[in-house]
Design a protein around this ligand. Sequence first.
Ligand SMILES: [Zn+2]
Length: 295
Amino acid sequence: MVTIDCHLHLGVIDQHTPTWWWWEQFGFEPVSVDGETIVEFLDSAGLDVGLVQGGDIRRNTFNPESPKDRNMYVPNDFTARQCEMYPDRLYGVIGVDPLLDIAESLNEIDRCVEEYGFRVLKLLPTYHHYRPDDRRLDPFFERCLLHDIPVQIHLGWTRTINTTMEDQRPVHLDRIGRDFPDLKLIVAHLGHPWVDEGIAVVAKHPNFYTEMSGWAAYGMAPHEPVEEIYKALKKLKYYDCLDKVMFGSDNADCVDMYPLANEMSREKDGVELYSEETLSKIMGGTAAEVFKIRS
Ligand SMILES: [Zn+2]
């Protein structure tokens, strides 16, 4: 079965992502990421396919030491070029600042789907300062339904200083699930650290999915992210949601976290968290269906 990383970021230093962003966002050395870098990363992790995203967060994201520096922009055309270079390995994620110009953003979604074959719309409520269930977003959910593509929404914490924490809570997805029951919605990061809320919305809405990308970077000791993943998976299993989990890395080397979480379950509870079959769904089977990627 195909293996898929559903959460990968593109961005070339100075061209799209300035040096300050890396220190502000991640606290470590800046690195340029293009299609070639991602394919090398996938090869080293033993993964077949990556969903790659750019994005436009110029409106609200700035260098805290120099507020005029707002050049955080990786255009969809750049993403498309990387995907074209690596067919069957890379698939595009649409990035827009939806409320900056609603009509233009909707046209951009059409263009990315129709011209480039992008597979999903990414929304970043906390970076763009809106609540995910803001009714101005409804035309975007309708457009995703029209194109039969999922929407992947950043939920949860980020260290970027000018994000709005009140827009990070997974509970704000509930109204979307009620009003758009057919929309496939991916709760990115499972709303970390509001993980229980993330699990609650994923468990409630039949077409909600999740990924725990970024968690590899949260722990202070190497075992901590695995332990966090193990605890979340145990709860997701309780709600019968393991087949709604997809692997996503946020560009971090963490492909072994799911087998390690299973090992932790064997040690602590004397039982497996999941079978090989469920693990292969997490590592790509579910994503292949959601993003319509040949497996
Ligand atoms: Zn990310």
